[in-house]
Design a protein around this ligand. Structure first.
Ligand SMILES: *Cc1c(COP(=O)(O)O)cnc(C)c1O
Length: 400
C-alpha cells in the first residue's frame, strides 16, 4: 500500500462525509467524481504505452475481457479458434470457454492451447510463431497473457502481435501481470485490445478497478454494444438524454459510475509510480533486484538447474528435497518474478516452505501444487529483502 493511496482514500472519505452527492460536481480538492477517471487515464496510458484516449479505467479484469471479446471475437466457420497458452489463468480459461459456447462452438475444438515442449516449462517464441504460420487462417483471436502468472514468462508481445496481424487474426492481451511490471508499447505494437487489473504490480488495492485498451484504429468500427451511462459523453451525461451518445473509443465502453475509493487508491499508486519516473527506471531497478535474487537462490545447496530436473527426478526418481526456477533465465523474457518449483513435485514441500517463509515475514505467492512465486517488486522491495528471501528459503528447506 502506498502512503499516497492511503491519504487519498482518506481525503475522499472526508469529502463524501462533508459533501455527500455534491462531491460529484463540486469537490474541495478539485477532484469532482464525475471526471475522476480523467486524472487516471493519462498515467495509465503511460504505463501501457498508449494514447490517453485509447485507455479506459473501468470495471474489473474479467468483465473487461468479456466486453472486449464480445466485440473482437467474431468466429466464422473458417476462422473460429482462440489461440492461447495452456494453463492460462483460470478466469481467462472460463471466459474463453464461455465465449466459445455463446457462439455455439465446442470449447475443446475452438480453443487452441499451446504447451511447452517436453521437459521445458515455458513456451518458445518460435513455436508460437510457427503455430500462427501453420494455423493462422483458422484462428480468429490470439490472446496470451503478457506475463504468464505461473511461470513468469514475459511473452514477446510485439512479435506475436505482428505475426497474428499478418495472419489476419485479432490480437488481444491480458496484461494482469505485465502492467506496472514491464515496459509496454501497446499503441506502437499495433495491439488490437488489452485488459488488465491494477491490483498486482500497480498496487491499487485488493480488487481495485481495472483497465482496458482499444487501439484507436478501431474507434469507428467497434462501438460499445452493452451501453451504460458512464460511456455516454460527459457533457450531456447528467442531462439524462434518452439516446446513448458514446465517448469515442474504449472509454465509450464504460458502463457504470466507478468506485471513487478504488479510483483514489489507484491514483495514489500511479502518482507514486510517476514520481519514480515511470516504467523505464522502475524496470531498471527491477532487473537488478530479480537478477540479485536469482543469483542468491542459485547458490543454494537445494537448487537444481531446470535442465537436470527431468533426469534427476523423473528418470532417476530422486526424493531429495530441492527446487528449480521455472521462470526464464533470460531477463528480457521475464519481469519481477521468479517461480520456484519445489521437488519432487507432489511431495507437499512447497506448502511447508510457504508457511515457514510466512512465519519469517516473507510474503510470496503460493501456486498449487508445487510453486511459490517470489516477486521483488521494485517500488518497495530492496536488495536486503532479496537476501533475506533467499536466506529464508534455505532455512525453510533445512527445516523440512
Ligand atoms: C489476476 C488475474 C485475473 C483476475 O481477474 P479479476 O477479474 O480481476 O478477478 C484474471 N486473469 C489473469 C491473467 C490474472 O492474472
Amino acid at each position: 500500500m502506498s502512503k499516497r493511496s492511503k491519504a487519498l482514500v482518506q481525503e475522499e472519505l472526508g469529502v463524501w462525509g462533508s459533501r455527500g452527492v455534491i462531491g460529484h460536481f463540486d469537490h474541495p480538492l478539485s477532484r469532482p467524481w464525475v471526471e475522476f477517471t480523467d486524472k487516471l487515464a493519462p498515467l495509465m496510458a503511460e504505463v501501457v504505452g498508449a494514447n490517453e484516449k485509447e485507455v479506459a479505467v473501468m470495471a474489473t479484469l474479467t468483465s473487461n475481457l468479456h466486453l472486449m471479446m464480445d466485440s473482437f471475437y467474431k468466429p466464422t466457420p473458417e476462422r473460429y479458434k482462440i489461440l492461447c497458452e495452456a494453463k492460462a489463468f483460470p478466469s481467462d480459461q472460463y471466459a474463453f470457454a464461455s465465449q466459445a459456447l455463446a457462439h455455439g462452438l465446442d470449447p475443446t475444438k475452438a480453443i487452441l492451447e499451446l504447451s511447452p515442449r517436453e521437459g521445458e516449462y515455458t513456451l518458445r517464441e518460435e513455436d508460437i510463431l510457427r503455430t500462427l504460420d501453420e494455423q493462422g487462417s483458422s484462428i480468429a483471436l490470439v490472446l496470451f497473457s503478457g506475463v504468464q502468472y505461473y511461470t513468469g514468462q514475459w511473452f514477446p508481445i510485439e512479435s506475436i502481435t505482428k505475426k497474428a496481424k499478418e495472419q489476419g487474426c485479432i490480437c488481444g492481451w491480458d496484461l494482469a501481470h505485465a502492467a506496472g511490471n514491464v515496459p509496454l508499447r501497446l499503441h506502437g505494437w499495433n495491439v488490437d485490445f488489452a485488459v488488465w487489473c491494477t491490483y498486482k504490480y500497480l498496487n491499487s488495492s485488493p480488487g481495485g478497478i481495472a483497465g482496458a485498451f482499444m487501439h484507436e484504429k478501431w474507434n469507428d468500427i467497434e462501438r460499445p454494444k452493452f451501453a451504460g451511462w458512464w460511456g455516454h459523453e460527459l457533457a450531456t451525461r447528467f442531462q439524462m438524454p434518452p439516446t446513448f451518445s458514446p465517448i469515442t473509443g474504449v472509454q465509450g465502453f464504460q458502463q457504470s459510475n466507478p468506485s471513487v475509493l478504488a479510483l483514489a487508491s489507484l491514483l495514489g499508486s500511479l502518482e507514486t509510480l510517476k514520481e519514480a519516473g515511470m516504467m523505464n527506471p522502475v524496470r531498471e531497478r527491477s532487473l537488478q533486484l530479480t537478477g540479485a535474487l536469482e543469483k542468491l537462490l542459485k547458490q543454494s545447496k537445494y537448487f537444481v538447474p531446470a535442465s537436470e530436473v527431468l533426469q534427476k527426478y523423473t528418470q532417476s526418481g530422486s526424493t531429495a528435497p530441492g527446487f528449480t526456477i521455472i521462470t526464464p533465465a533470460e531477463p528480457s523474457s521475464r519481469g519481477a518474478q521468479l517461480s520456484l518449483l519445489f521437488l519432487p513435485v507432489g511431495s507437499g514441500i512447497m506448502q511447508k516452505v510457504f508457511h515457514t517463509l510466512l512465519s519469517y515475514g516473507v510474503i510470496g505467492d503460493e501456486r498449487q501444487p508445487d510453486v511459490i512465486r517470489l516477486a521483488p517488486a521494485p517500488l518497495y522491495n530492496t536488495l536486503e529483502d532479496c537476501e533475506n528471501g533467499a536466506k529464508f528459503v534455505e532455512k525453510a528447506m533445512d527445516l523440512l
